[in-house]
Ligand binder design. Structure first.
Ligand SMILES: [Zn+2]
Length: 304
């Protein structure tokens, strides 16, 4: 399975070490509130992240001294499935966060768990690891957190606003509440905060690359447009001059126009500015344009 941008970001976050036990509790809390199921009848965490898979048993051991009842098989491919089904274990985890295991409808972000700044970051990292994703910036800018608990989504929104000074947008899709961010610089801020500065740099670099390409394209298009206009105008002038010569009307033209015509004949690719400088005495660009236009006009008069 190819590792996605999101997978790499999660792998990077999993390398953040949780020095303090308060943060281990907070990170578990984020994982539980944003995982597949956190209910009295079972806890289920399903992830594609190998790194999160490697971290989960250690993290739960450290935070609660609890082992999972179901672990993915060794060398499992695809999604990894972790479960706790033992009522007693679930009860211990619920009460550690101040919840009654029989009333999980009241799940919310228990503020004392995320009181310290270190714990706020650990909580949100856990939330992202279990229920978040970030799109490859080459395809678009989108970072999201998803949870089935409505009040948790609202509280998480306030928490993100508090620590990052940005307000994620919200949406609900078939019972799942999403918090999402669409601006590249804000996504980079989120990733840095969550412990994935390399992924954040990836977002910034892709954005700069895109901007650079756009600028280059715009400039090329602009150059092409100008060049083809100049070439077209010069061809029109050359054919006008040849017409005048073929009709023997050339010799009767005013000297200034003959001078302009000669300069153009000898320099088919010169710009107006360059031709203007060749005149004796040199003239302005509009004056040069006027003389060449006059030649085109005279040629057209003659053929009518
Ligand atoms: Zn902490």
């Amino acid at each position: 399975m190819a590792i996605t941008f999101s997978g790499n970001a999660k792998a990077e976050m999993c390398r953040s070490n949780l020095a303090k036990s308060c943060c281990a509790m907070a990170q578990c809390f984020g994982i539980l509130l944003f995982c597949n199921s956190f209910r009295a009848d079972g806890i289920r965490i399903i992830t594609e992240s190998r790194e999160l898979g490697a971290m989960l048993p250690k993290l739960f051991k450290r935070a609660f001294g609890i082992a999972f009842d179901l672990l993915p098989e060794e060398n499992a491919t695809g999604k990894l499935n972790f479960q706790i089904t033992d009522r007693d274990k679930i009860h211990r985890i619920m009460s550690a966060y101040g919840f009654d295991a029989n009333d999980t409808l009241s799940l919310h972000i228990n503020l004392p768990v995320v009181e310290e700044d270190c714990c706020k970051a650990a909580f949100l990292r856990g939330a992202f690891l279990a229920g978040g994703s970030v799109t490859d910036p080459a395809k678009g800018y989108h970072l999201e957190f998803a949870t089935t608990h409505g009040s948790v989504a609202r509280e998480c929104n306030s928490l993100i606003q508090e620590v990052l000074g940005l307000q994620p947008k919200t949406a609900t899709r078939s019972g799942v509440c999403m918090l999402y961010v669409k601006q590249s610089d804000l996504i980079a801020d989120c990733l840095t905060y969550l412990g994935a500065p390399v992924a954040a740099m990836g977002i910034i670099e892709t954005k700069l690359e895109k901007e650079l390409n756009n600028n280059v394209n715009r400039r090329c298009n602009c150059d092409d447009a100008n060049t083809s206009k100049t070439v077209e105008a010069a061809q029109e002038q050359l054919s006008a001059i040849r017409t005048l010569q073929a009709q023997s009307r050339y010799q009767s033209l005013p000297v200034k126009l003959q001078q302009a015509a000669e300069a153009r004949l000898e320099n088919p690719e010169a710009s107006l500015m360059e031709l203007a400088a060749m005149m004796q005495p040199p003239i302005s660009k509009p004056a040069m344009n006027h003389r060449l236009q006059k030649l085109v006009q005279k040629a057209q008069e003659g053929t009518q």
